[in-house]
Design a protein. Structure first.
Length: 94
């Protein structure tokens, strides 16, 4: 029983370790791929139907994303791919 609980705890820690955050401006949108640039690097991510996109706390569509918008993202690294779990469009952007 304790071994199983330890294994479950390890699995949760591993899952959390693969989730990362980024913040920056959208520099490129190509189909379902969005690239966000922060102060030092660019992060390309896939935006899929399960991605929760909001602006001012209200849901918006992928079609509402524009180059130049500042965003905060929660990402999940899946092997060599990065999937956006959630994206918030910051209020002070077009």
């Amino acid at each position: 029983m304790f071994a199983l609980a330890g294994f479950a705890s390890l699995a949760v820690q591993t899952a959390v370790a693969d989730e990362v955050r980024c913040e920056g401006a959208i520099v490129k949108i190509e189909g379902e791929n969005v690239t966000v640039k922060d102060a030092t690097k660019e992060q390309e991510m896939k935006v899929d139907p399960a991605t929760k996109i909001t602006s001012g706390g209200k849901p918006v569509m992928v079609a509402d994303l524009k180059v130049g918008q500042k965003v905060q993202c929660s990402l999940d690294k899946r092997g060599d791919k990065v999937v956006c779990l959630a994206m918030e469009i910051m209020r002070d952007t077009p």
